[in-house]
Design a protein around this ligand. Structure first.
Ligand code: ADP
Length: 219
């Protein structure tokens, strides 16, 4: 097990998937939910599980939650329970509290009461899927700022054997290829002579417009 202990509160669809992935990544996870069935379902998969109400301060104290590195509040529908849980977690001294919000307003409240990070899984996944629908070769992207993005673009078959010099993305479109992810290796800061193979993934940095024009013209 790696260092780093997480408590995931609310084992619904989002919380249970997050908790399982943390286990896969080698971390210890305590899963907590007030619903016995949700807890039973996860009991084999997580390090520990507890059926309890997270709005009960005594419960959080007796479980020693303040010693965990990070608490994720994955309660969605019950906004009151989500808010109370975040307040209690910050009150007992949990260093990092990440909370899931269902709406912008819910998110604002969570920020105001001290959540260290607020996530909007449904909203963000909707945005991601929209980007992927309009650019089928876009595998993933990170928005660095309002204007700048890092995008992973799938190399189509017809670019096989072409070098970056042939594509010349910086001179023609203003964006740069910062890495090429190949089947068994990654080329970081590729040179103009590096060539593309089928199934390669190009990691491109630039403004949204630059990446879009590169994608439309080349990919
Ligand atoms: P999702 O959309 O990810 O499935 P839900 O809001 O439907 O999210 O599920 C959240 C989970 O949080 C449910 O399993 C519910 O039992 C649990 N939950 C809600 N309130 C509390 C609470 N006060 N204490 C512990 N668990 C709670």
């Amino acid at each position: 097990m790696k260092r780093g202990q997480y408590v995931v509160i609310g084992l619904g669809r989002f919380g249970s998937s997050l908790a399982k992935e943390l286990i896969e990544l080698g971390y210890e996870v305590l899963g907590l939910d007030k619903d016995e069935e949700a807890v039973d379902e996860m009991s084999e998969m997580l390090t520990h599980v507890v059926a309890a109400d997270s709005t009960d301060e005594e419960v959080l104290r007796s479980l020693g939650i303040r010693n965990f590195d990070c608490a994720v509040v994955a309660i969605g529908d019950d906004i009151q329970a989500s808010v109370l849980t975040v307040i209690l977690l910050k009150d007992i001294g949990v260093k990092q509290v990440v909370a899931k919000a269902l709406s912008e307003l819910h998110g604002k409240v969570l920020e105001k009461i001290g959540a260290d990070r607020v996530i909007f899984p449904e909203r963000d996944m909707g945005i991601r899927v929209a980007h992927q629908l309009v650019s089928p070769n876009l595998l993933d992207y990170i928005e660095l700022s309002r204007d700048y993005t890092i995008a992973e673009l799938q190399v189509p078959k017809r670019l096989c054997g072409r070098s970056l010099k042939d594509l010349d993305p910086r001179a023609r479109y203003g964006c740069s290829v910062v890495a090429i992810n190949k089947k068994n290796s990654v080329i970081i800061a590729p040179t103009a002579e590096d060539t593309l193979d089928d199934q390669d993934v190009m990691v491109v940095i630039g403004t949204n417009e630059q990446i879009e024009s590169f994608e439309n013209a080349v990919i």
